[in-house]
Design a binder for this molecule. Structure first.
Ligand SMILES: Cc1ncc(COP(=O)(O)O)c(C=O)c1O
Length: 475
């Protein structure tokens, strides 16, 4: 059962989404709500904090809590997903390569791959750090940084992680080639070919390809765009199937964008801990929340739950996807993961590690985060507003609490694979729904990346996408 504050937060969210409390309006005072609902002041504060983290409300000093000026009422979010609850091999991922290749084509308007446009990245800061790294560390820059990776970068990462509640030391971190390699290494450490892995549905296609390449079966668990992975469905699945690992993105999942509440994160950990199923946590978007607080990852909440967490992340969405620097905190699989990493590619490139250690040490990372989080929030708000204007009635869209993608549900008769083809012929890329499912569900869904510079061409491209969608919906 969800705690009281979660239930109160859900009720208030409903009131905001249905317009009972409109944009810019003041919510009831904390003491008033505590009295009228018969709950403690701490419960009301926790519920308001949850809504702040979901970017639905904001606290104004000495004035109270207000509904944010976002078009929350304009289009509802898609309903909780309902995938078939049985394991299956991953199919239909061949399409993805053409999607990611399109992301390198400057002539294409990029709503497809979740790759930030350079205008969202601290390109100059990284460039200077790379030059400094090559100059100042000439000999080290030329040497391998064997697993677990460059000590000063691991120290910087551990320091950051401890600031958001993880008891992680530098020796617990393994540097990887991006988050993708971290996920693959984590999977290889805890599974064997043929094993069943529980995943969110819809989920990031790179993860599906990892499962496919390791010959693992995917068990797609229903997932809600606000609450995340359905714990009830997961519990049933764990009772029924021999699940060897569970993978989740509790902070700003791709593509749904939800942030799981702390109480649900704890319940997830307890559920998995009781059955000895490790959680592979993908926290790649964890630093990109729109709310006032950095949400703790499951790793920070795992003590006392009995759960084992293998934590994966990278700097690809914040600093530079091209540097290919990520990391894994593999817990007691450390030795095995270091060995697997060595076998796979011996080491991650040294110069990017030196450069990123420098960017973190100098405070450049935190400074960039302060601006980019609001840049992404604005970009997402703009996209939601534009989809509201340009797409036919009946379209639904998520209201992510962080990250930079939105998940869009189109009319049931619209085939997003066909839409992707038509759009591509006009120089626009989108990510069609079926690539986010092991079994090619979500045919009438698409994911849009909002991390593109907003100018008239982009607005025109989105309007055109809306027209193509309207044409497909009338057959
Ligand atoms: C949820 C998620 N995990 C992992 C990755 C892979 O990240 P990287 O580029 O750091 O390998 C991505 C990239 O889009 C992602 O969205």
């Amino acid at each position: 059962m969800d705690p009281l504050y979660d239930r109160l937060a859900r009720e208030l969210r409903e009131c905001i989404v249905t317009g009972v409390y409109g944009a810019g309006e003041r919510l009831p005072g904390v003491r008033t709500l505590s009295r009228t609902r018969g709950v403690s002041v701490a419960t009301v504060l926790a519920a308001y904090r949850r809504l702040e983290d979901d970017v639905l409300i904001e606290a104004r000093p000495r004035s109270g809590y207000y509904v944010r000026n976002r078009p929350t009422k304009a289009i509802p979010a898609p309903a909780r997903s309902a995938p078939a609850a049985q394991p299956s091999p991953v199919t239909g991922q061949e399409l993805v390569l053409s999607l990611v290749k399109a992301s390198n084509d400057p002539a294409v308007v990029q709503f497809g791959a979740a790759v930030p446009d350079p205008s969202f990245l601290p390109v100059r800061t990284v460039e200077r750090a790379l030059a400094r790294a090559a100059r100042q560390h000439r000999n080290r820059a030329a040497a391998y940084a064997f697993p677990p990776g460059l000590p000063e970068l691991r120290r910087q990462i551990a320091r950051r992680m401890s600031a958001y509640g993880c008891a992680t030391g530098a020796d617990d971190v393994v540097i990887t080639n991006g988050c993708q390699e971290a996920l693959v290494l984590a999977l290889r450490a805890v599974t064997r070919p043929g094993d069943v892995v529980a995943i969110e549905s819809p989920t990031f296609y790179g993860l599906l390809q990892a499962l496919d390449s390791l010959q693992l079966e995917a068990l797609e668990i229903p997932t809600d765009p606000v609450d995340g992975l359905s714990l009830e469905a997961l519990q049933l699945a764990l009772e029924r199937w021999p699940v060897r690992a569970c993978i989740a993105t509790p902070n700003f999942s791709n593509p749904l964008g939800y942030c799981m509440s702390e109480s649900r994160k704890r319940r997830l950990l307890t559920l998995l801990g009781a059955r000895g199923v490790p959680l592979i946590e993908d926290d790649i978007y964890g630093d990109l929340g729109f709310g006032p607080r950095r949400p703790p990852p499951c790793l920070a909440l795992s003590e006392g739950t009995g759960a084992e967490v293998l934590y994966c992340a990278s700097f690809s969405k914040t600093l530079s996807p091209g540097l290919r620097v990520g990391w894994l905190v593999p817990g007691h699989h450390q030795a095995r993961v270091e060995y697997l990493k060595y076998v796979l590619n011996m080491a991650s490139p040294t110069v990017p590690q030196l450069a990123l250690a420098d960017v973190l040490h100098s405070g450049g990372y935190e400074r960039h985060l302060r601006t980019v989080r609001s840049d992404y929030a604005r970009a997402v708000g703009r996209m939601i507003e534009a989809v509201t204007r340009h797409f036919p009635a009946g379209t639904r869209i998520t209201q992510p609490a962080g990250g930079f993608v939105v998940w869009v549900e189109l009319a049931p008769q619209v085939d997003s694979l066909r839409l992707a083809q038509l759009a591509r012929a006009e120089g626009v890329s989108i990510a069609p729904g079926p690539i986010f499912s092991a079994t090619q569900k979500y045919r009438n869904f698409m994911r849009l990346s909002c991390a593109c510079p907003w100018h008239s061409d982009v607005e025109t491209a989105l309007a055109r996408l809306g027209t193509l969608t309207a044409n497909l919906s009338i057959g």
